[in-house]
Design a protein around this ligand. Structure first.
Ligand SMILES: [Zn+2]
Ligand SMILES: [Zn+2]
Length: 110
């Protein structure tokens, strides 16, 4: 099992995430909220509620901000239903929305 959730790190004040997480983020819908900070790098829309997810609020971020914008990567088709941990089966989603769906893919490490 590959713990891709844990590959987050921070460099020069900028959140970096693993390729897997970035791929899932880049598949999410673009946001057009009109905010001056809004860009495909900073804002995407949650597939569940269609509201904003903020890139720097990734759920394992060392400095999480704005809880309602926190997001994670989950498997669209859950593992218990045979879902594979592959790019096509991952999506970026609010932590809250993912939890509400009753899917628990947060992997505990160590
Ligand atoms: Zn936006
Ligand atoms: Zn949501």
């Amino acid at each position: 099992m590959k713990y891709w959730h844990t590959l987050l790190f921070k460099r020069k004040g900028k959140i970096r995430v693993s390729k897997e997480i970035k791929e899932a983020w880049e598949k999410a819908e673009h946001c057009h909220c009109g905010d001056s900070t809004c860009s495909p790098e900073t804002h995407r829309l949650c597939p569940e509620c269609k509201k904003i997810m903020i890139f720097n609020s990734y759920f394992m971020s060392p400095e999480p901000t704005y809880n309602e914008f926190r997001w994670k990567v989950e498997l669209i088709n859950p593992r218990e239903f045979g879902g594979k941990d592959i790019s096509e089966n991952r999506q970026a989603i609010h932590l809250k929305c993912s939890n509400e769906k009753g899917r628990h893919f947060i992997r505990r490490v160590r």
